[in-house]
Design a protein around this ligand. Sequence first.
Ligand code: THU
Length: 130
Amino acid sequence: MDSRKIQELLRKANEALKNSYAPYSGYRVGAALLTKTGKVYTGSNIENASYGLTICAERVALFNAVNEGEREFIAIAIVSDDPSTPPFPCGACRQVLAEFSPSMEIIVKKGDEVIIKNLKELLPYSFDFK
Ligand code: THU
């Protein structure tokens, strides 16, 4: 991916983070998802007083996109409040992303360093029965 596109996705993820609803953990997350058709869908984490009902930023972005008819994804950029810890997606989000695009790129930051991993590296042998 070209670096301007990567920077654009990170910027949009940071914009989305501002809408995060995270009163319980205080840990805000933003995600920006690039579709094969060139569109970008964003999401932020939305927490709940019943903690387990919380949804991660990545799945909000993905479900937004799928709900609009998108099915193929190139990359997702994820940012959080904590610049020292790269916010790699949780296991549940990896599986949900892999449903649609098992070879998409995952973009996170550790300080100023941009880290890009293929989803296949983060979730080898994802569950699939098709
Ligand atoms: N969270 C995400 O948004 N994405 C992840 O991949 C892991 C965790 C959110 C959920 C919760 O609101 C907060 O981070 C702390 O776990």
